[in-house]
Every structure is written in C-alpha cells, then in structure tokens.
Write a protein that binds this ligand. Structure first.
Ligand code: SF4
Length: 425
C-alpha cells in the first residue's frame, strides 16, 4: 500500500529546515502577496529560491502556495511574480483562484497545479472538473469524511488526493468566511484573517414582558467562545486515511513556531513509518502531540460516519471553554543552537521559565525516542542562576549525554501554559 507524503507548513526557512529534519517529505510556503499568509510569513522571492535549493539538496519536495483570491489590483504584478517563481522550478503551485490558474496555465503550462483547500472541493465531480483543467492534485475540503475521500479516489483514481490531518480548523468552509472582513475589514481570502471566530463573543438575553433588562450569557470566566473550533488531529485514523488512497497528508500552521513544526512532523513521521512496518498505532503519539499547544483536539469531519470509534469528548467540535491555545503537558524551552561536549553544556534562546531541578526533555531529529534529565546548572551571561525566564535570550544548561544541534527542548510541567502561537485559515 502506498504510504502518503507527509507535507508540513513552512513560514520561514528555519521552519522549512526543521520540517525536513523531523521527517517531512515536502513543505509548502509562499510569498505574502499571493498566498494565504499575509502576516508572520518571512518568505520573499529570495527565500523561496533558497527553499528550493535546500529541498533539492535533501531530495525532498517543495510546493509554492499561490492560493489567495486576488482582486483586480493584484493581477498586474502577477506575471512578474509568476515568471520568477516558475524559474525556481518548485514541484507544484498550490492554487485556488480560477483567474490565477488560467494565467499560470497560459504562461507556464509546465507547472504542476495542486488545487488548494480554499477551492473547497467536496465531491468527485469537482475533482474531475479540476483534472480536466490540468490540475494534478486536489487538496480536499476539510469538511469531507474519510469515507467520502475513499469514494472520490475510487471515482478519480488517477488524480492525486491530499487531505489535512492536523492543525487549526475554520468554523466556516475554507474560502467562504467573511467574519474577519465584517469585523475588521481584513480579508481571509487575501491571507489577512484576524481569527475572529476564536474571539470571546458577548451574548445577551432580555425578557420584554419583565423589565427588558439585558442579561449577559457567559460560558466561562473568560467569556463565550461559541465559534472556537478545536484543532484537527487525525493521527489515530491514519490507517483508514491511507486505505482510502490518500496521496499526501497535510499539516496546517505556517504561522506556528518551529517547535510545533518539529513535534508534529516527528509524530506523523513515526505513525507513517509504523504503518509501513505493519505495526499497530502507538497511542504514545497522542501524548506527543499534547506537548504542543492546541485548542484541544478532535478528528474533525474526517470521522463522520465512524462515530463509534471517536472518543466522546471529541464528538463536540467547539471548545467553548477557552479562547487561546494551551500546551496540555509541557512547555517549549527552545532549540539547541550549539553544544559544548567538554563542559557538557547546551546553548539556546530560552522561550519559557526553567529552574534548577526541573526535568528537561530533548527531541532530536531522526530519533523518535526522546531523552530526559534533571537540570542542575543554569547559566546566563556567564553567571550561574537558580532560575532562567523566557525572553532572556541565549542561556546555557547542563546535559549529561551528547545531543544534536537543532534538537528541541521542553520542560515538563503539569501547569497549563498559555501560548502565543495561533494560526489563521
Ligand atoms: S479562522 Fe478566519 S476564515 Fe477561518 S472561520 Fe475563523 S474567522 Fe473565518
């Protein structure tokens, strides 16, 4: 059985390298002007070029996201961007707008086109439609079930099919939400969504037959998050997804941090490798993904019709209790920038607080089993400390075994921690 490609997001070259190092077969990235990440996206044309060079040197794939739905005003500059991006020879463009697809096909018929999730492809007739227009892959809508995916693949077997398996989820169909435009004139279809669905909303009731006083309804002390979707996590259903004939499994999150990219990539890599070796699903992978900030997990629409297999708490799609992402078990400490074997010290930019006696876990590229140790020496600016706080910059801590540069560190904590990570469409 064909093992699908593992496709990770890259909002920067560092994230691209991390995704590949932790097991991704391919990444997607794009310039803010034409992709759906107008913010927190470091890619300019030069970085795209470098990204292609890195991908080629590793024998991996790279796709350019060109999936905004531009207005007339953005069409004039498109041929210049198109020619420059085409010259870089990525493996495909990910596209949604028929106008941009038309311009691309006319000028560069050699470019493979993958139809973006923004095009909202829900059925096999729509897949056939895109195939007739020359697309080689369709990223299906996040609202289809695994059973529907299997039927689509059966009906259009020679079309590549990609599905999202992990990451943030919209409360609306992709490409069809105007909540952000309505509240802040920020257009989700131009990559500027302000995540309005995740906000706390205020709801009032009144009784005109009494004193007509407005009374606020709240779900929790933080407010009412009636449109705040949980995050997708379909790792435990990969067996069914692979058997449905999926060619590529995709992770959402170009605005999320490198730690997220590393942790999600390594978990899905391990799950795919286990499947390939006929091993049963390893439930520890669920714990691994709990080490990353989330809005709580569910399996989305993928498991529609399979409710008997879905844990009860995942049957509810909304997280009405809280509006921010939280780590469930551990805090990201940072990425190892260098290691001094003589002193047994690692050096990294610290993201969260750590104190003497805390337990650190290290996740190394290419090795699934992590290692843990109790930290005894903390150093900042050549002075030993008892506590180091996030935001101090470069710090050093002791480690009792050799570790690889580029590994990620987390501190084990049972406290829930608010994360600044968030993502859009
Ligand atoms: S993330 Fe943005 S586009 Fe998606 S549902 Fe929320 S407001 Fe709409």
């Amino acid at each position: 059985m064909k093992i699908p490609e593992l496709l990770l997001p890259a909002g920067s070259l560092d994230k691209l390298k991390t995704a590949y190092a932790f097991g991704a077969d391919a990444v997607y990235c794009g310039v803010p002007r034409y992709s759906l990440r107008a913010r927190e996206n470091e890619f300019k044309l030069e970085q795209l070029k470098e990204g292609v060079e890195i991908a080629r040197s590793l024998g991996k794939k790279i796709y350019f996201t060109v999936n905004s739905i531009p207005r007339n005003s953005k069409l004039g500059s498109y041929p210049k961007f198109l020619n420059e991006m085409a010259d870089m020879k990525p493996d495909a463009f990910i596209m949604a707008d028929p106008g941009l697809i038309f311009l691309t096909r006319e000028a560069h018929p050699e470019i493979e086109i993958h139809i973006s999730v923004q095009a909202n492809t829900m059925n096999y007739a729509a897949v056939q439609f895109w195939q007739k227009l020359g697309a080689t892959r369709v990223i299906l809508s996040r609202e289809v079930s695994i059973r529907e995916v299997a039927e689509i693949k059966q009906q259009v077997p020679d079309m590549e099919i990609e599905v999202f398996v992990h990451g943030s989820i919209c409360i609306a169909h992709s490409g069809r939400c105007f909540m952000s435009n309505y509240y802040k004139q920020r257009d989700a279809n131009q990559g500027s969504c302000n995540n309005a669905c995740r906000d706390s909303h205020r709801i009032f009731v009144t009784n005109p037959r009494q004193n007509d006083e407005l009374m606020e309804l709240t779900e929790s002390e933080e407010g009412t998050f009636l449109m705040n979707s949980k995050d997708l996590r379909a790792i435990e259903y990969l067996d069914e997804i692979i058997r449905a004939g999926v060619d590529s499994i995709k992770v959402e999150g170009r605005t999320k941090g490198e730690y997220y990219v590393a942790m999600v990539s390594r978990a899905y890599r391990q799950a795919l490798d286990d499947f390939q070796q006929n091993k049963p699903f390893d439930p520890r992978l669920l714990d691994e993904l709990d080490k990353v900030a989330s809005r709580k997990y569910f399996s989305g629409f993928l498991t529609r019709g399979m409710e008997e297999r879905v844990p009860e708490e995942e049957l509810n799609f909304q997280n009405i209790e809280e509006g921010t992402s939280r780590t469930q078990t551990q805090k990201n400490l940072g990425k190892i920038e260098s290691y001094t074997p003589d002193s047994g010290m690692i050096h990294f930019e610290i993201k969260n607080k750590i104190k003497k006696g805390d337990i650190i876990e290290v996740f190394q590229p290419g090795i699934f089993e992590s290692k843990k140790w109790t930290v005894t020496t903390l150093v900042h600016k050549n002075k030993e400390k008892d506590v180091l706080s996030g935001g101090l910059g470069m710090v050093s801590v002791d480690v009792p075994f050799p570790v690889a540069v580029g590994s990620f560190l987390s501190v084990i904590s049972l406290e829930e921690v608010h994360s600044e990570e968030y993502s859009t469409v």
